[in-house]
Design a protein around this ligand. Structure first.
Ligand SMILES: *Cc1c(COP(=O)(O)O)cnc(C)c1O
Length: 810
């Protein structure tokens, strides 16, 4: 708990208004969406994707009375009982406060950095130390300038050791992280290629990352991952194959499922088996072994525990549940910080009315009053209709929530009572420590997914949205296109994320798509591109906003509203400036205005048009003509009606190539899903990955043929794999006979023979593969589209609905 007046100096304030200097706070907040109550917190108006100052009022309403801001123009007259501290940079102010908090910490703090493997090494170390030490760790991959600050805030001296991850993307960043973490021990995991992370050279990158260790007494590294001159430093404790390594690898041999290593530690020889065969996992495991040895864990314990390591799957998974429900599966680990993140995600889900939580006991935590108090705080951030607790220790506890709580002794106990619980119309978060194996519960509650799935990474979608936001002015609104089942990626699953990220508008093609979103709890304004007059009832019932593209549809709509006595219904006027699809042509504007001026039933929310070739260099002049024509007609409408409305014309490629045409709003479509033919300096992440598995493998001699019509003639003895995806799934027949390429275990293979309805065959003669192996159907979707003469839009939206969508966050 801190008193504002005591710490105000830390921020080096430019100006202060302290109406209640003795107010205290114990929580940090920066995001009003994630805030249940603001009492007891200090709010930082960060300049992130959106300007935090815009949310000061909302934070105040939620109870916040302490604010750190940077906008000197901010008017605080209406917040008479609140404290305001103006600083130059709110993020740096937050970091200075965390540094101050760090002063009170005496336990060893281990700082972990490197290009790859930071999160894995952190999570594994924490698993390996369970029961031996009380470990505090930064949650998930919270390793950024903000993530590290938040990670450290809850650290107390009640732990034996803290594991904190640090990640940077350019020079001059690490010292800010170092100042907060001040690692007494350091771990460097690996050094990747320079260009991947925004550095000019490997040397520069290593030097920057190394800044984390300026105060560390020891630095643990794989010697192969750092440049030679670093190794001579006496603080280095390395593993590797050379004489100078403290932990030496004498021999290493991988079998089918594990790797046997012969090691020598300070001249003591021993063997270890690591349950992985890929190099990255073996390296990360050996880094963990070195750290454990150096902090005094015995070889016997290390040997036992290393053998039990599992690959990490820390992604939150959102699945379709049985009986009208959604299941969020996060059964990998359980601690307060990651519970908090998972609850935030639960909070974003609007598709069903009820929210429920299945929560296991916290491994390696004493359930002290202090801890339970924190747990209570975390749980109170979501309106939970039911809480199901798993673990003997919970039995003896009294909870003062006014909620429906059930406690089960063990996962088995819950399993045998599962049929009595009701998850209908609910979103259920399953959160548990690995030991409790709650994934068995999740498996029982979810619909089976078949071998062919489309994996959707919602975090990548969020990332792409941020990328495009960085290209538009903060005053320009963002409309996100979710037509055609969000380009094949989902309905409420995608809309929830967009709503949570404060886009201004959603757009669907048809009324049905819009009403489905409304039924799933989406509150954002929704524009409908092709409203059909037969669906006007639904437009009104679900509060959708139609595109008006012709005099005919306008008349029908106005008449309908007249009969219902409704005025000022929001509509959007579409102008045809060259696409020649839907919309008013130049010579129809006068008639449009005549009707609009003589009615009060509709009110124009926006006027818009669509570009024909925004990203095509040779169409530059045409695009300019479209802008001109659009602006002149929009102005004409504005003058005639005497009120203003939003104007917009840019789609994805328009956003990037025509910043001069952003106007009041942009309409982001395909870029959101990770495709942009020419994204300039944006880095997009592919959102959907279509996957299947090998069903059968056959050895077929030369001169035989594969599939229908004997098209796939073998010119050599071949190994053929059958996979369960065909044209009925959206894998076009045009991909047959070698045109289509898929990826198996990192290797490319081609189709052989014609594509069948539900299956197709691959020539895997030249690669290693076995039945059941995973197959990535489009390793490069843009290229695949090009190879059959189409565009990614068609491939994405063509993936049929029988292919299950599986959602991940992170
Ligand atoms: C589909 C569509 C968009 C989005 O186009 P992208 O190229 O996917 O960004 C924008 N506006 C209208 C009218 C559309 O139909």
């Amino acid at each position: 708990m801190y008193i504002i007046n005591d710490i105000v100096k830390v921020f080096e304030p430019i100006k202060t208004v302290l109406t209640q200097p003795n107010l205290t706070f114990s929580r940090l907040s920066y995001d009003t969406r994630k805030m249940h109550t603001g009492a007891d917190s200090l709010f930082f108006a960060l300049q992130g994707q959106q300007d935090g100052h815009r949310f000061v009022y909302e934070a105040y309403q939620k109870g916040v009375r302490n604010f750190i801001v940077s906008d000197l123009a901010l008017n605080v007259e209406n917040f008479q009982d609140a404290n305001f501290i103006w600083v130059k940079n709110t993020l740096r102010a937050l970091q200075s406060l965390v540094s101050l908090h760090r002063n009170s910490i005496q336990i060893p703090v281990i700082g972990i950095t490197g290009s790859n493997g930071k999160t894995i090494v952190k999570e594994w170390l924490s698993q390996l130390l369970k029961g031996l030490k009380k470990v505090y760790q930064s949650p998930k991959s919270y390793n950024s300038q903000l993530g590290v600050a938040l990670s450290l805030w809850d650290l107390t001296n009640d732990y034996d050791v803290a594991l904190i991850e640090a990640g940077i993307s350019t020079v001059d960043e690490m010292h800010y992280l170092e100042e907060m973490i001040r690692p007494s021990l350091g771990i460097f995991t690996s050094l990747g290629p320079a260009h991947r992370e925004g550095f000019v050279s490997k040397e520069v990158k290593l030097a920057e990352k190394w800044n984390l260790f300026i105060r560390s007494k020891k630095i643990f590294v794989p010697s192969a991952q750092v440049l030679n001159e670093y190794l001579s430093n006496e603080r280095i404790v390395s593993w590797g194959v050379s004489n100078t390594d403290i932990l030496r690898v004498l021999a290493i041999h991988s079998y089918e499922l594990y790797t046997q290593v012969h090691l020598s530690y300070r001249n003591y020889d021993f063997e270890l088996s690591i349950p992985f065969i890929d190099k990255a996992s073996i390296d990360n495991a050996l880094t963990c072994v070195l750290v454990l040895l150096e902090i005094g864990v015995s070889i016997d314990i290390i040997r036992d525990r290393i053998a039990l390591l599992k690959p990490l799957d820390m992604r939150l998974q959102l699945k379709m549940g049985k009986n009208n429900s959604s299941i969020i599966d996060d059964s990998y680990s359980n601690d307060l910080a990651s519970l908090n993140i998972a609850l935030d995600f639960l909070n974003q889900q609007n598709q069903y009315d009820k929210k429920k939580l299945i929560l296991s006991d916290f491994e390696g935590e004493e359930l002290t009053a202090k801890f339970l108090n924190k747990l209570h705080q975390v749980l109170s951030t979501v309106q939970l209709d039911e809480i199901i607790l798993v673990g003997g220790r919970f039995k003896s506890m009294v909870f003062d929530f006014s909620r429906n709580i059930h406690v089960y002794e063990s996962t088995e106990d819950l399993l045998s009572n599962l049929s009595q619980l009701n998850f209908k119309d609910s979103v259920v978060l399953i959160k548990g420590a690995r030991k409790y194996k709650l994934e068995t519960i999740s498996r029982l509650l979810t619909e089976k997914s078949h071998e062919t799935i489309l994996q959707i990474n919602l975090k990548s979608l969020e990332h792409n949205l941020k990328q495009y936001r960085s290209k538009i002015d903060s005053s320009v609104k963002m409309m996100a296109m979710v037509k055609a089942f969000s380009y094949g990626s989902g309905s409420y699953e995608v809309a929830n994320i967009l709503q949570f990220n404060n886009v201004d508008y959603l757009t669907v093609a048809f009324v049905d798509e819009g009403s489905e979103l409304r039924r799933s709890g989406i509150k954002l304004p929704i524009m409908v591109l092709s409203p059909h007059e037969s669906a006007i009832d639904d437009i009104l019932e679900y509060n959708l906003e139609p595109e008006i593209y012709s005099v005919r549809i306008l008349k029908v709509f106005v008449q309908y509203l007249k009969n219902k006595n409704i005025n000022d219904y929001p509509v959007h006027i579409k102008l045809d400036t060259g696409m020649h699809r839907l919309g008013f042509m130049d010579n129809e504007i006068d008639e449009l205005l005549l009707i609009l001026k003589n009615q009060k039933e509709v009110r124009i929310k926006s006027v818009f048009s669509h570009l024909v070739g925004a990203g095509v260099e040779s169409l530059k002049d045409f695009t300019a003509k479209q802008f001109l024509q659009f602006n002149s007609n929009a102005d004409k409408i504005n003058t005639a009606l005497g009120y203003s409305f939003l104007k917009h014309i840019c789609n994805t490629s328009g956003i990037v190539h025509h910043p001069e045409g952003h106007m009041d709003m942009v309409r982001l479509g395909i870029g959101l899903y990770g495709f942009d033919m020419n994204p300039k300096e944006l880095t997009l992440e592919q959102v959907g990955v279509l996957k299947t598995t090998i069903t059968q493998i056959k050895h077929i001699p030369k001169d035989e043929t594969i599939g229908y019509d004997r098209k796939g003639l073998l010119t050599r003895d071949s190994i053929i794999a059958t996979v369960k995806i065909g044209y009925a799934d959206g894998y076009s027949r045009r991909f047959g006979n070698g045109v289509g390429e898929m990826e198996i275990n990192g290797q490319l293979v081609q189709t052989v023979g014609n594509i069948c309805m539900d299956m197709c065959m691959l020539d895997i003669t030249d690669i290693e593969a076995k039945e059941g192996d995973e197959v990535i159907v489009f390793p490069d979707m843009a290229l695949a589209a090009q190879n059959i003469g189409t565009i990614p839009y068609e491939l994405l939206t063509g993936i049929s609905s029988r292919v299950k969508r599986v959602y991940y966050y992170e």
